[in-house]
Design a protein around this ligand. Structure first.
Ligand SMILES: Nc1nc2c(ncn2[C@@H]2O[C@@H]3COP(=O)(O)O[C@H]4[C@@H](O)[C@H](n5cnc6c(=O)[nH]c(N)nc65)O[C@@H]4COP(=O)(O)O[C@H]3[C@H]2O)c(=O)[nH]1
Length: 870
């Protein structure tokens, strides 16, 4: 059934199409819809029928003003419909427009046959279609109108054409035109087909291309993903290269381990973009101790425990790297079994992968550097390789540091040793410098400094015509203090003496110690000898006060000699020599004394020098001889021994007594040679007497202190005894009390040695020294010889008598005999006899006699009367 669609016409068209109904007959809904739309838009009432039969049957009802029908339709076609409409009475004049395709010219002819008013070929032009519709509705019969005369008037788009051609001509033309149109249409169709094919082909190609593009896109996506992955990889590698580059620089610059570890962690985090980096070192218990960590989530490390030998913390990446001594990669940190103890921590801090590199120091694994990344599978092969290099760099740096440390330690030790030695050398040099100029005991300038200062002062004195006094000071009996109380006491005493000297002089004066107990004071600005005497008075007073050393109250007195410039010398040496000489004179004149130098003193010195020279010659020439003084046993009156006393047969001065030359021989050391000569001569003499048939007597020989100390003396003695063949008990050695007390311990040893040889021993000059009883007991001597100074007044001076008596009693108590020297009178002899003195010696019995006189003496001299009476 037909449907109607009424469109609202506009005013203009309403006038034209008002009331016109157009019936559309077409089985194609698409065509219908298009036409319906077009016509309705023009204001026509449009009815539609999809079937020609149905349209025809409803014609009475629909009563259209125009029918537009398709030609080709199922059932009744358009030609038949047109023919049937013409057969209808009421609608025979109803305009019909057929729509045909321009593909068959017969359609034109069949349309004309069927009585169609118009035919419009498809595809149609909207304007042409509407123009035909309008013309048909106006019943204009098309654009051509047949005239009476048989011509046809044609109005074509406003232009009128009068056509006189015959119908056949027109139909021919129409057909020809139509054929042309069909041909054109076919061409178009072909073209359209071609186009369609092309289109289809295009679509196929497009589809294919699209598929290809899709593939390409997918491949591109994959490629991009791969490239991104590769780029990411390159970026990581670049970062690692950067890390390596920075670590290499660090290796060169960093000098201590702490900075090295810290910087490596910092470089790893800053340049390697790791989430966290830390260095742990193994302690002695095998536990990792964190020593450095850098940025990122360092809180991750708080309270973390990594051990080597405990599970499960001993199987983690760091422990594994240390155990295998290389590295360990964990690319799925949160799912790996061996990282289980740290999964929760790792989740919290976003850790997904880790790499640990063992750190070695000189081949020994000491810890590990561990790096954390926030992506799984972060560490690939190239990165691992670079990490290994990084580990090698750190190990290299550690090795270098170790070597550097060792080298530095050695260098430091060398430096310290060098500076210690330099310091020592410096101190040594200072000490030498000090010792070169100062006396270490008293801190006073020494001889060297003194000479320099005196030379300077003398120079000034010469320039200013001033006087200069040189004072030589020697401490009396200082040697005794030194010997009896020890050097340390002596040194302290000298120090105090120096202090007192310094206090006694003016600032311009000079004080120095020459050595031993000798001091020198230089007074550069004295006006006269009297001023020098005043200064000396002050010095004497200061030095004579008591000294207190280690609980001992000590007293010393000075012997002082003075020389004055210009009177007593022009040079320092001259002045020194003369002051020294004056000092000796002071000492000789009684201690605690002072002496100005005089020319007479100088003469004595000259004499002494001559004496020294003569003594040397005397030794060479053998100018010495011995006199023998008998020693008489008081109990029997027999001569039991003789004392050998040296004499010098001087070629000019005659016989010289020992007191004159022995002190000089002692000082110069010549006494050793002279003493040996005396020993030999005495023993030979005794051997000779014995050989002559004299009864055996003892011969006593004096030993000087210096001779007594000679190490080779026992050997010399043995030689002499062996050579002379006398019994050692017939030889007695006399040593002075002061020699024995010089070094008592050493003296005891020497004396014991002699005693073991069988030699008799005596202490000479007993009473003049300071023998302590304790030592006396220890001296293994046979006799004590009371000094003749005590014997001299023994019968008049009670003190001397008491001393002699006490000495004899003491000696006897100690099991020793007593020899009294210098017995000149009978009274002395009797006193000594009364005291049970054992042996006496002196002028009362005999002077020392030359050997040739002794034998007659021994043979002819009767026992002196006091002894016979006894
Ligand atoms: N006034 C007086 N004098 C008497 C009397 N009896 C003896 N004299 C002297 O007293 C001295 C005793 O000898 P000395 O005390 O050992 O004292 C000796 C001794 O210490 C030393 N001396 C002598 N000969 C040697 C020697 O060969 N070697 C060493 N080292 N010293 C010797 O020279 C010192 C002096 O010897 P000398 O001049 O011979 O003097 C001797 C002797 O002549 C007397 O009754 N009255």
């Amino acid at each position: 059934m037909a449907t109607a669609s009424v469109q609202a016409p506009n005013q203009e068209r309403q006038r034209t199409v008002q009331g016109h109904t157009i019936l559309l007959v077409d089985d194609s809904p698409t065509q219908v819809k298009r036409l319906q739309h077009l016509l309705s838009a023009e204001g026509y009432r449009v009815l539609v029928s999809r079937d020609a039969g149905e349209a025809l049957a409803g014609m009475d009802v629909t009563q259209p003003d125009l029918v537009i029908s398709d030609v080709v339709m199922p059932g009744m076609d358009g030609f038949e419909l047109c023919r049937r409409i013409r057969d209808l009475k009421e609608a025979s004049q109803l305009p019909v427009i057929l729509l045909t395709h321009l593909n068959d010219p017969t359609h034109v002819l069949r349309s004309l046959e069927a009585g169609a008013n118009y035919f419009i070929s498809k595809p149609y032009h909207n304007g042409i279609l509407l123009s035909r519709v309008a013309a048909a509705l106006r019943r204009e019969g098309g654009c051509c109108v047949a005239a009476q005369d048989g011509t046809v008037s044609c109005n074509y788009y406003g232009n009128r054409y009068a056509i006189a051609a015959s119908k056949s001509q027109i139909i021919d033309l129409l057909l020809a035109t139509y054929e042309l149109a069909v041909e054109k249409n076919q061409e178009i169709s072909k073209t359209q087909d071609a186009l369609r094919r092309l289109n289809e082909e295009l679509e196929t190609r497009v589809a294919k291309r699209t598929a290809e593009l899709r593939n390409t896109i997918s491949e591109l996506r994959q490629e991009i993903a791969d490239r991104e992955s590769a780029e990411e990889c390159v970026r990581r590698l670049n970062r690692l290269h950067s890390v390596l580059s920075e670590t290499s620089k660090a290796v060169v610059h960093i000098k201590d381990r702490k900075s090295l570890f810290h910087d490596f962690c910092r470089i790893a985090v800053d340049h390697g973009c790791f989430k966290l980096a830390w260095v742990g070192l193994l302690d002695k218990a095998g536990t990792m101790v964190q020593v450095a960590a850098a940025r990122g989530s360092t809180a991750y490390l708080n309270g973390i425990t990594i051990t080597l030998d405990q599970e499960p913390t001993g199987s983690g990446p760091t422990a594994s790297a240390i155990k295998n001594g290389s590295f360990y990669i964990c690319n799925d940190f949160l799912n790996a079994a061996n990282t289980a103890p740290w999964h929760e921590r790792g989740r919290e801090y976003g850790i997904r992968a880790s790499a640990s590199i063992a750190l070695q120091q000189e081949g020994r694994v000491i810890g590990a550097l561990t790096l954390y990344a926030d992506k799984k599978n972060y560490f690939d092969r190239p990165q691992v390789e670079l990490l290994r290099q990084m580990g090698a760099d750190i190990s290299f740096a550690l090795g270098n540091m170790e070597r550097d440390d060792r080298r530095l330690a050695v260098e430091r030790a060398l430096l310290q040793e060098t500076s210690r030695r330099l310091q020592e050398r410096e101190q040594h040099a200072q000490k030498i410098e000090y010792l070169a100029h100062y006396d270490p005991v008293t801190k006073l300038p020494n001889r060297f400094s003194l000479m320099a200062r005196l030379a300077h002062s003398l120079e000034l004195a010469k320039r200013c015509s001033n006087r200069l006094a040189l004072i030589f000071i020697d401490l009396d009996r200082f040697k005794n203090i030194n010997d009896s109380l020890g050097h340390h006491v002596g040194d302290q005493l000298l120090f105090q003496v120096a202090g007192r000297l310094l206090e006694s002089i003016r600032s311009a004066d000079i004080v120095a110690r020459l050595g031993g107990d000798e001091f020198v004071v230089g007074l550069p600005l004295i006006r006269s000898n009297v001023s020098a005497a005043h200064a000396i008075g002050k010095i004497q007073h200061a030095l004579c006060q008591s000294y207190y050393v280690e609980g001992h109250e000590l007293s010393v007195t000075p012997s002082i000699g003075i020389s004055i410039f210009p009177d007593d010398g022009e040079t320092v040496q001259e002045l020194m020599k003369n002051a020294d000489l004056a000092m000796y004179h002071a000492k000789a004149g009684g201690r605690n004394n002072f002496q100005f130098f005089t020319q007479e003193m100088n003469q004595t010195v000259q004499e002494r020098l001559v004496l020294e020279g003569d003594l040397r010659v005397a030794i060479e020439r053998g100018e010495f001889l011995l006199h023998y003084q008998p020693q008489v046993e008081m109990s029997t009156g027999r001569v039991v021994g003789v004392e050998a006393l040296l004499r010098w047969q001087h070629p000019v001065h005659g016989l010289v007594a020992p007191d004159r030359f022995i002190p000089v021989a002692e000082e110069t050391g010549m006494i050793v040679a002279i003493g040996e000569l005396a020993l030999k001569a005495a023993c030979r003499q005794l051997a000779s007497w014995l050989a002559e048939g004299l009864p055996p007597i003892r011969v006593s020989v004096n030993l000087s202190a210096r001779q007594f100390r000679q190490d080779n003396l026992p050997a010399v003695l043995l030689d002499i005894l062996r050579e002379t063949g006398i019994g050692s008990h017939l030889l007695e050695l006399e040593i002075t009390e002061s020699s024995a007390m010089d070094n008592p311990a050493e003296a005891i040893l020497h004396l014991q040695g002699f005693r073991e040889m069988g030699v008799e021993l005596a202490i000479d000059d007993f009473g003049t020294g300071y023998s302590s009883l304790s030592y006396l007991k220890l001296f293994p001597v046979h006799r004590l010889k009371i000094d003749r100074s005590f014997v001299k007044d023994i019968d008049t001076d009670t003190d001397d008598a008491e001393i002699a008596a006490a000495t004899i009693a003491l000696a006897h108590t100690l099991g020793k005999e007593v020899v009294a020297e210098g017995v000149e009178t009978e009274a002395q002899c009797r006193f000594l006899q009364g005291q049970r003195c054992d042996i006496v010696q002196g002028y009362y019995f005999s002077r020392p006699l030359p050997p040739e006189e002794l034998v007659p003496y021994l043979r002819n001299t009767p026992v002196p009367s006091p002894l016979t009476r006894a």
